[in-house]
Design a protein around this ligand. Structure first.
Ligand code: PA5
Length: 704
């Protein structure tokens, strides 16, 4: 039919499918048959009838992106809602936009998460419904009940109107809410009561007319929106319209009250897969009645169970029956299948419990890491002034490059120096040796917060064999001694911090001191004007805040942080090391464009076997256009594979401000993640133990 459109609706929380829906929205679960997601099955089922270019989807932006990637639908066929507000506003929006293009058009409203066995019969029913819609009816497909269900609403069929496609179209007398058992039995025996499938067919113009009659808020919002169609003001106007519209379903808000309603009773093996029991009923089972979505099910004396593992684990069942066993990365459900409806209560109770009690968690921070992080902007500002007040000997100037030797929390100073001093080549050596090319034209910086790190000391001594231009920076320790013995300028920074929490001292004292040698960093004013409000915004005094929310998203996951080489790449590395040291958990980082040549291959099995990874893209507006494109493509791939990711943009205008703001956000996130992990962010026992162990076999620095 030429003017028939399919509009897929993909809202709904799917709470009864906890814990799988913690990871994936219900339409993206693989219950569509043949390993397909539900939304893909919905799409493919309607394609032969309407054609690819007449399939649309209505959803929030986040879901729309997922849908676009899953179905390969272009952005023009995705109708983006500012936020979800039940089905009536979604239908109104679709009817407004599509109706404006094709006033005579007919819309099939298809929920994205239903399962249908007989797809030919389904398409025949839609064709019949379109005929009725053509005559001005609002049509609903009524499922012929196979048992006295109490979980569905019913439609009461009245007199027959006409026949088409071998189906009878009836007038619908009314809609009734979910009945009790006795009423449901009564409906079943009467034969003219059908389950409400939630699949509706109508002309755009007719549904808008009925919305006008029954939902005045939505109707007014739609009529105001008309003036903004295709204009820049659309998004803002849509947000205002959604705020004004009634939050209600199209069933309740319109269909129950509208005129000229028709229903077509159908039997095409329909299920709305509302809970785990419904899924078990709908899918294929083995001879013992077990349905499995795991890599392998081994069952002994067990029957009629549903097993679903998002990580495709192997599952063993022994002597159990009628269970739903659902495994997701962060949660596990074991329930009696006949109580599947109550899973929603568990989901809600656990969600309420998951709200972190931040004030109680702050008490884990016994050594004041939160405070140090909050004071980071101050630390940077004061260090810059101290550095500016220092006078480095003039002989140090005139270098061609800087080589900074340093490890861990101190070594990152070299990466940041390189970002802050774009006119100078800065190389960081995290090793016992310095590179061969180092000579008199190189300024050697030995950076060790404690002043006692053996790699740094040995490499510094190695470098001193090649250049006399050298500085040491530390809070004391062997590095101070060595510098004093050899008459090398030594930059003192305050003691009593963790090296990783002293980055402001190391970096900004050096930046200030280097100004005296003619290397001024541009844009530091903006860096401070970005960092200072961030300190307030992300501090415990302003809770919950976005760093806390991000930490919650990462909790229980393994972060993989992506940055662009030579810009956010080192910041991704800092995120990783901060998460390692503060939150005491694994994290990884990689750089674009390199990761496109290896890491991405690991996506192939990521969702199936390693769903615990969460990718974070660190972005600035200075990313190379090809890196921007690569990120877009990667996001598409991740969405297609239903792999989660987070995208973070730096703040401020300058490159440096954007980069340092991302670093600062990561520091906060790592500390909050530590608290969610139940650990004190400050101590780094494994590092201390390793250093102690190595110290028991000392290296003779001066003779070595
Ligand atoms: O964060 C840490 O504690 C470590 O990464 C240290 O920075 C690393 O061991 C090097 O020590 P230092 O910074 O004292 O040279």
């Amino acid at each position: 039919m030429k003017n028939l459109y399919a509009v897929i609706l993909a809202g709904g929380k799917g709470e009864r499918l906890w814990p799988a829906t913690l990871e994936r929205p219900k339409p993206f679960l693989p219950f569509g048959g043949g390993g397909r997601t539900l939304i893909r099955a919905t799409f493919e089922r309607v394609l032969p009838l309407v054609g690819r270019e007449k399939v649309y989807a209505v959803a929030t932006r986040e879901l729309s992106e997922l849908i676009g990637a899953e179905l390969g639908l272009p952005w023009e066929q995705l109708i983006v809602e500012p936020f979800g507000k039940n089905t009536a506003p979604a239908v109104g929006l679709a009817a407004l936009l599509l109706g404006a293009r094709d006033p005579e058009g007919i819309m099939c409203m298809l929920p994205a998460d239903h399962r249908i066995e007989d797809e030919d019969a389904f398409r025949r029913a839609l064709s019949a419904a379109a005929m009725a819609a053509e005559k001005g009816y609002l049509v609903t497909l009524g499922i012929r009940p196979t048992y006295p269900a109490t979980g569905y609403g019913y439609i009461e069929g009245g007199e027959p109107l006409f026949e088409t496609e071998g189906l009878t179209v009836y007038r619908a007398v009314g809609f009734v809410e979910k009945p009790n058992q006795e009423t449901a039995e009564n409906y079943l025996s009467q034969g003219n009561f059908f389950w409400n499938s939630g699949i509706f067919i109508w002309k755009f113009s007719r549904i808008l007319e009925e919305i006008g009659r029954h939902l005045p808020g939505l109707a007014a919002a739609i009529s105001r929106l008309r003036a903004h169609m295709g204009k820049d003001s659309w998004e803002e106007a849509l947000r205002a319209a959604y705020a004004e519209a009634e939050e209600t379903s199209i069933d309740y808000g319109v269909m129950e009250k509208a005129d000229r309603i028709a229903t077509i009773p159908v039997s095409f093996g329909w299920s709305d897969l509302g809970d785990w029991h419904a899924i078990w009923e709908a899918v294929q089972k083995d001879h013992a009645g077990n349905a499995s979505f795991s890599s392998e099910l081994l069952s002994k004396d067990s029957g009629s169970n549903l097993v679903f593992s998002l990580a495709r684990k192997r599952v063993g069942l022994l002597g159990v029956s009628d269970l739903a066993v659902v495994d997701a990365p962060g949660a596990l459900l074991v329930a009696r299948r006949d109580r599947a409806q109550e899973v929603r209560e568990i989901a809600r109770a656990l969600a309420a419990r998951e709200e972190p009690d931040w004030p109680r968690l702050y008490r884990l921070d016994t050594r004041g890491m939160l405070d140090v992080v909050e004071r980071f902007p101050e630390q940077c500002r004061e260090s810059l002034e101290r550095g500016r007040a220092m006078e480095l000997p003039g002989e140090l100037s005139g270098f061609e490059r800087i080589l900074l030797v340093g490890m861990g929390g101190s070594g990152i100073t070299g990466d940041l120096l390189s970002l802050a001093l774009p006119g100078v080549e800065v190389i960081t050596a995290r090793d016992y040796r310095v590179p061969e090319f180092v000579g008199e034209e190189t300024l050697l910086i030995g950076a060790s917060y404690s002043g006692n790190t053996e790699e740094t000391l040995i490499a510094f001594l190695d470098g001193l064999k090649r250049t006399r231009k050298a500085i040491g920076i530390s809070s004391g320790g062997e590095l101070e001694k060595l510098c004093r013995e050899r008459g090398i300028p030594w930059v003192e920074i305050p003691a009593g911090f963790q090296p990783r929490a002293a980055l402001g001292f190391l970096l900004f004292t050096l930046l200030g001191a280097l100004e005296g040698l003619g290397h001024r960093t541009e844009g530091l004013g903006e860096v401070f004007s970005v960092l200072t409000p961030m300190a307030r915004e992300l501090s415990p005094g302003n809770s919950p805040n976005r760093a806390q929310e991000l930490a919650r998203r990462l909790h229980g996951k393994i972060p993989v942080v992506y940055g662009a080489a030579g810009a956010t790449g080192p910041i991704a590395f800092r995120w990783r090391t901060q998460i390692n040291e503060n939150a005491k958990q694994p994290a990884f980082s990689a750089e674009l464009p390199e990761l496109c040549h290896n890491e991405i291959v690991g996506y192939e099995l990521a969702g199936d076997f390693f769903p615990m990874f969460l990718r974070i893209f660190l972005r600035t507006s200075y990313d190379h256009p090809r890196v921007v494109l690569r990120v877009e493509v990667l996001k598409e791939v991740l969405r297609r594979r239903a792999l989660g990711f987070v995208e973070l943009h730096g703040e401020g205008e300058s490159r440096l401000a954007q980069i340092i703001s991302l670093l600062y956000l990561g520091d906060w996130v790592s500390v909050y993640l530590a608290l969610l992990n139940g650990v004190d962010p400050t101590p780094v026992r494994p590092i201390a133990e390793l250093k102690k162990r190595l110290a028991s076999e000392p290296w003779d620095l001066r003779g070595g």
